[in-house]
Design a protein around this ligand. Sequence first.
Ligand code: SF4
Length: 102
Amino acid sequence: MQSNRRVFLMSVAATGAAALASTAARAQAQVDPKDAQAASLGYVADATKADTKKFPKYAAGQACGSCALYQGKAGDATGACPLFAGKVVSAKGWCSAYAKKA
Ligand code: SF4
């Protein structure tokens, strides 16, 4: 029990360090859905995989590419989003802060 917990904590620490290292290496890295903020917003790189139990506001057809906060150009695979400074989100992604572009 104790050793399982230790292994788990070590792997969490290692994952975090790797994520930080790769963020530093690539300024425009894609948001990792497992990042704390991404997870709390329910971000997924593929909108169809949105957790509809946790985020029932998701409706089919919603995606970053049609969100008012998305800053990528039409046709771009990824673009910036002010909620995730320094990273890019997938045009096909989604999070619970989605607001339809007017
Ligand atoms: Fe995508 Fe909009 Fe959420 Fe940003 S706020 S991650 S563009 S759905």
